[in-house]
Design a protein. Structure first.
Length: 461
């Protein structure tokens, strides 16, 4: 594979050196779309020349799979007439997706370059809320009426399907443009030519609303196993369709955003290496400050138990062990729950089932760690009898039961916090692993020293 890539780059260097526009176009049009995108990424000095050198239909397919930063550079370098050709050739949903990432002044200037019809479509799509299905939909689809025959359906496909993003599904509307049903092309092909559309329909249409959240749309696609879904307004009028390739991009963006939030940072929305250092600083600083202020409560808690630590210095030895175990268990639970919620495995109504499972898991995990903690104290006492003094067994019990309590609390916090945030309308991914760990650190100290009071009062305390 690497040899093939090297050969491709060598051929490109040779043909680009000729400056022969016809030879460059022939070479680029013979390559796979993904290979041309690779050439653009590897040869940034020639990215505009590559885009301008291809047929505009293929150029639009390459453009839509490039990173946003590369797309911006290409638009800057292309002549105005080429930019107009590219924007007009792009599918409406991909064009809208690109434009919404630009400053308003840039959007205004680029929209002026479009054909009147494409400009109208783009302005319509940009009118929908950010992250809504309306921003993703394309108005290019094939529709028919219930009274049409199968023969007439094929005539409509031949006439209108050229610019459609997919013809796998044909949409049935009434005379007012309201959606009635959708028909798979397979059913149309297998039906008799004289059969009417209303005889082929099954009435099992699944539609999205233009104002639906894109993440919700992704779940609908997953549950219904569709390659495309119709998009309607509040009056059930068919506005456009959303295809599975759009959903794949949405799923990828949502996953990246959730991973960044779960790591304790704001979503970057740009490739890591392209984001300015000051912007990267702002994205990370806010969360770090919040987490730092949270961890200051740990120092406050330690100060509150200063007398106990002074009486039994040995207790301080196990503080890192206790709080890290609670933080780790909380981080595990929050990561599992956030992921399960993201892919639709868990809903808010399942909170009681989740709570019961996490209580069981927390007790089991805490018991295992508690036993290991007690054994650790026992082994160290056997190696160095004077290390923990004559009350080593009570110290071991303190550590063991503290671990049970802290791990149980960590799993409960990590599992319930994402669901609580979802209930309040916030993004569950905000309850990131660092946030949960910080929360459990403070409460873990309280649990630990409470157990110390219970077991060591009258002996060391």
């Amino acid at each position: 594979m690497e040899l093939e890539q090297e050969g491709l780059h060598e051929q490109f260097n040779q043909v680009i050196a000729t400056q022969d526009k016809l030879a460059i176009r022939e070479f680029l049009d013979e390559q796979n779309i993904s290979d041309v995108a690779e050439l653009i990424n590897e040869h940034p000095d020639f990215e505009a020349q590559i885009m301008a050198g291809m047929s505009m239909h293929r150029a639009s397919k390459v453009f839509k799979i490039l990173d946003l930063s590369t797309q911006k550079e290409i638009i800057k370098e292309l002549p105005s007439y080429k930019t107009a050709e590219l924007l007009n050739e792009l599918p409406a949903d991909d064009r809208t997706d690109f434009l919404e990432e630009l400053p308003k002044t840039a959007i205004r200037d680029l929209i002026k370059l479009m054909d009147p019809e494409e400009r109208k479509i783009t302005l319509s799509l940009l009118g929908y809320p950010e992250d809504s299905v309306g921003r993703l939909m394309t108005p290019d689809y094939v529709y028919v009426f219930p009274h049409n025959t199968v023969t007439e359906v094929f005539e409509s496909i031949r006439k209108h399907a050229k610019n459609s993003e997919t013809i796998d599904v044909i949409y049935v509307v009434d005379e007012h443009g309201e959606l009635i049903d959708d028909i798979r092309i397979r059913d149309v092909i297998l039906a008799a030519p004289e059969k009417r559309v209303d005889e082929v329909m099954d009435g099992r249409v699944v539609a999205l609303n233009a104002n639906d959240d894109q993440e919700h749309a992704s779940q609908v696609f997953k549950m219904n196993n569709r390659v495309a879904l119709p998009v309607t307004d509040d009056n059930n009028k068919l506005l456009g369709i959303v295809t599975i390739d759009d959903m794949l991009w949405v799923a990828n963006e949502e996953f990246s955003e959730d991973m960044q939030k779960m790591g304790g940072t704001e979503a970057l929305n740009e490739p890591y290496l392209d984001i300015p250092i000051l912007k990267l600083f702002r994205k990370r600083a806010g969360w770090l400050i919040v987490l730092f202020l949270g961890e200051m409560l740990t120092a406050t808690a330690m100060g509150y138990f200063e007398d106990e630590i002074a009486k039994a210095v040995v207790l301080a030895l196990f503080v890192p062990l206790i709080i890290s175990s609670g933080g780790n268990s909380g981080s595990q639970a929050s990561t599992l729950i956030i992921q399960a919620m993201a892919i639709g495995e868990i809903k808010l109504a399942d909170w009681w089932r989740v709570l019961r499972r996490e209580i069981s898991s927390g007790l089991l995990l805490g018991t295992v760690l508690g036993i290991i903690g007690f054994i650790r104290v026992a082994i160290w006492h056997s190696i160095a009898p004077g290390l923990y003094g004559p009350h080593w067994m009570l110290i071991g019990l303190t550590v063991g039961f503290s671990l049970i309590g802290v791990v149980l609390w960590g799993t409960l916090s990590g599992s319930m916090l994402p669901m609580l945030l979802k209930k309040l309308g916030a993004d569950p991914a905000v309850s990131s692993a660092p946030f949960v760990a910080t929360l459990v650190d403070v409460t873990g100290l309280i649990i630990y020293f409470s157990m110390a009071y219970l077991f060591l009062q009258g002996f060391l305390l």
